[in-house]
Ligand binder design. Structure first.
Ligand code: NDP
Length: 327
């Protein structure tokens, strides 16, 4: 069993009991709970359907899409991948999205980011019908989140909330700090925490005294895309630390800074050529937090699980539109 997978077990570091939050276990729970809903849709309506648009040949995007399609297959969700070439223009991609918008058996449409530079990504995302917006990025979905209406939610922050709730970590009344203000993670994360009655501070690259703000957080959420940037100084002893960051480390010196004295990690780096690390120094989480998410195995698995939740939710909404009421 790898260090990252020792989920659920308490680890004793420097007198602080730090418990790993196991995203893999929670992902499997969420997937298992979808079985009944998917079965009901298949019996009374039809199989839910997800279309994924993968433009060009970005290797990281190809892996993400493969994992999404595989999860659909495991759950019995229909999925299809459309893979136009990297040379596609905005108008062609808009036409492709329009075609998917019109297909009744497609409940959710996902356009994998990033798109090539010649494509106007915002126009493409905005062209997805709000009732097929499986990623929760459409302005209508963002508005629904803001005012607390039902609808698809951005998957990664929704996964973080699931993780906190399933580990029964109180959110109400806590001081929560979100580092990062992107439209896909930081901002929706902050909004979801506000709805859970946390007192929320959002930090970004222009924040003065990042260290001081983070060090006051009961719940610290790192979504900045900077390898092991936050350390002991940013983590209040006993804080809950959620590390959304997924960064590839390829440099030996950088790996030594992040995993000092960890010969196994350095050997892994030598063998694989790169290692995954979050935005928080792993040793800082382990020594100071009460609960923390490992990278990998923390937030990452939940993003796909919540994508499946959104797909099923949209299919249920489509069933209701034609008068089929599911329990
Ligand atoms: P973006 O690059 O869009 O946003 C990064 C944010 O971090 C920005 O708001 C930026 O501030 C802020 N930031 C960067 N540097 C600093 C700094 N030194 N101090 C304070 N704030 C800083 O990234 P994303 O939100 O898309 O992703 C964030 C991370 O989460 C990435 O590592 C990504 O790979 C990962 N991720 C993981 C997912 C998962 O499933 N686990 C899903 C999605 C993302 P500013 O706005 O001022 O530039």
């Amino acid at each position: 069993m790898s260090g990252e997978r020792r989920a659920g077990r308490d680890l004793l570091f420097c007198g602080v009991m730090a418990q790993l939050l196991d995203g893999v276990r929670v992902r499997d729970e969420i997937k298992a709970e979808l079985d009944g809903r998917i079965g009901a849709l298949q019996n009374h309506f039809r199989t839910p359907g997800l279309a994924v648009v993968l433009v060009g040949e970005n290797p990281a995007s190809a892996i993400y899409v493969r994992n999404k399609v595989k999860t659909c297959q495991e759950l019995g969700i229909h999925s299809e991948t459309l893979a136009p070439p990297a040379s596609i223009c905005t108008e062609e991609l808009l036409a492709l999205v329009d075609g998917l918008n019109r297909r009744e058996e497609i409940d959710g449409i996902l356009v994998q980011m990033p798109l090539p530079p010649q494509v106007d990504a915002k126009r493409v995302l905005d062209a997805i019908l709000p009732d097929k917006d499986v990623d929760g990025f459409h302005p209508v979905s963002v508005g629904n989140l803001s005012i607390g209406n039902p609808g698809p939610r951005a998957c990664t922050p929704a996964g973080v909330i699931e993780l906190l709730k399933r580990y029964k970590i109180p959110i109400q009344g806590t001081d929560a700090v979100v580092v990062g203000r992107s439209d896909i993670v930081g901002k929706p994360m902050a909004m979801m925490l506000i709805h859970e009655s946390a007192t929320v501070t959002v930090c970004h690259s222009k924040t003065r005294d990042l260290e001081g703000v983070c060090a006051r957080a009961d719940i610290l959420i790192a979504a900045m895309g900077r390898p092991a940037f936050l350390d002991d100084r940013h983590v209040k002893p006993g804080a809950v630390v959620i590390d959304v960051g997924m960064n590839r480390v390829t440099d030996q010196a950088e790996a030594k800074r992040i995993w000092p004295g960890d010969a196994a990690k350095l050997a892994q780096l030598g063998a694989k050529g790169s290692l995954l690390v979050g935005d928080v120094l792993p040793t800082s989480m382990a020594s100071r937090a009460s609960f923390y998410t490992p990278v990998p195995g923390g937030v990452g698995p939940l993003t796909i699980a919540m994508l499946m939740v959104n797909t099923v939710g949209l299919a249920e909404a489509h069933a209701r539109q034609v008068g089929i009421l599911l329990k």
